[in-house]
Design a protein around this ligand. Structure first.
Ligand code: PMP
Length: 447
């Protein structure tokens, strides 16, 4: 059989064709250590995407590996009808990180599962059915989450499942109609840029319109939002938006679910949770990705009152909260603390933004640099406009960056945003190397 050392051999007919491959010429990854990845031939890559914001403390971090090894020799699986000590130790530690009354945990296996369960809890608790998420959002992939996820490129061309509505995206760069001031404009001239775009009030008015005019009862079960939109390209909301949205939703009978799948675990630098940067305490928090550093683990954390509303039905999940995942989750929290990775995220993020803004002033292809901590986006545009640079051009730049030894993410409505979300252990030299490579790649592309 094939040795699978040559990337040309990996075009397998046995992998579903809808599975997306980020590079035209794929790479075959073989080994990882902290912020570094190695392909089957030993070529080294700086990993600035962390398996999509998932490798929080570093690939194969020795402390996490030994926690996993130790537990794997003791007990792998119980299922949630039995208990084991690791799960108690873990939920104690996890809830110590949560503010307010957010002290009750469901352990699950993926972000999609967590958000699906949060939808159910919101409906059980409020007695309402309608759920609102934001345009451009990604909250997971399942037949019902085809409704919660609003991002068009991940939605099958089927009707939005009943009961899901999408509110206008509060995007200070692109504006209320998703692209005023550029060729994407849906309703040219209908927004007073830039005042409307940077003020949260206009978006709250539109959210109120949606509640009043699109939901017959005016009652809603939940409002879902990330603290900074991830897949949509590090979109940050106007100041005060989430706080006002939570109050408005509450007035209409609903609760606020914070999707911290990408923004949690210190990633945004200033705070452990992204929502803390908005001065809000959600009713439910969903988390995944960085929680397990790559091991399948996710959670829904809520209040006792909300969890109690779920008591009408027994909850069952075969793998949720298994001993291996609980051991890994606890080790990840310990490493985050011991190595002060939230602080590192803050400092490296600030340094990154400062360097990227300098790069922006040298290259008019860079239309925006945004984000917080180690959750950053670089938006590519047609120079002098806000029109997204065509996907094929961004792909060229992206491929050049890979060829020079850096793996970086893609995202945004038009797939024209490069996303930087590395393991939180990166250092200043990695930032300098990245800036050097980005500069070179843009020059090579524009030549
Ligand atoms: N929420 C957000 C914000 C995400 O970015 C993702 C994954 N990209 C999910 C939920 C779904 O997570 P999973 O792929 O683990 O199901």
């Amino acid at each position: 059989g094939p040795s699978f050392k040559d990337t040309d051999q990996i075009k397998s007919n046995h992998i579903a064709p809808a599975v997306y491959n980020i590079y035209k010429k794929p790479i075959l990854l073989h080994q990882g250590h902290m912020q570094w990845l190695y392909d089957a031939n030993g070529q080294r890559f700086l990993d600035l995407f962390g398996g999509i914001v998932t490798v929080s403390v570093g690939h194969c971090h020795p402390k996490v590996v030994s926690a996993l090894n130790e537990q794997s020799n003791l007990l792998w699986h119980t299922t949630n009808i039995y208990r084991h000590p690791k799960i108690y130790e873990y939920v104690e530690k996890l809830t110590s990180k949560m503010p307010g009354d957010l002290k009750v945990v469901y352990l699950v296996n993926s972000g999609s599962e967590a958000n699906d369960l949060a939808c159910l809890l919101a409906k059980a608790y409020t007695g309402n059915h309608e759920i609102i998420s934001l345009q451009g959002s990604y909250h997971g992939y399942s037949s019902s989450l085809m409704g919660l996820t609003a991002s068009q490129c991940y939605r099958m061309p089927i009707p939005v499942p009943a009961g899901f509505l999408h509110a206008y995206l509060p995007d200070p760069l692109r504006g209320i109609f998703g692209g005023c001031r550029d060729s994407l404009s849906q309703v040219p001239g209908s927004c007073k840029c830039p005042e409307d775009c940077v003020s949260s009030d206009k978006y709250i008015e539109l959210l109120d319109d949606l509640l009043q005019n699109s939901i017959p009862t005016g009652k809603v079960a939940a409002f879902f939002a990330e603290s900074i939109q991830g897949v949509n390209g590090a979109v940050q909301f106007p100041k005060g938006y989430l706080k006002k949205a939570q109050a408005l939703i509450k007035k209409n009978g609903g609760i606020y679910v914070a999707d911290e799948v990408q923004t949690g675990f210190g990633r945004t630098g200033d705070h452990f949770w992204g929502f803390e940067g908005h001065g809000v305490i959600p009713d439910i928090v969903t988390m995944a990705k960085g929680i397990g550093n790559g091991f399948p683990l996710a959670a829904v954390v809520t209040t006792k009152e909300i969890a109690d509303a779920h008591m009408r039905a027994t909850y069952f999940n075969t793998f949720g909260g298994n001993p291996l995942a609980s051991a890994v989750g606890k080790a990840v929290l310990e490493v985050l603390e011991e190595e002060k990775l939230q602080e590192n995220s803050k400092h490296m993020g600030e340094y990154f933004v400062q360097q990227l803004k300098q790069l922006q002033s040298a290259h008019s292809f860079i239309g925006d640099v945004r984000g917080k901590g180690l959750m950053l986006g670089i938006e590519f545009v047609v120079p002098g406009t806000k029109t997204p640079l065509p996907v094929a051009d961004v792909s060229q730049i992206h491929e050049l960056i890979k060829d020079m030894g850096i793996l970086i993410g893609r995202g945004g409505k038009r797939n024209n945003v490069l996303r930087i979300k590395p393991p939180m252990c990166i250092c200043k030299e990695d930032v300098d190397f990245t800036i050097h490579v980005l500069d070179k790649a843009i020059k090579m592309y524009s030549r």
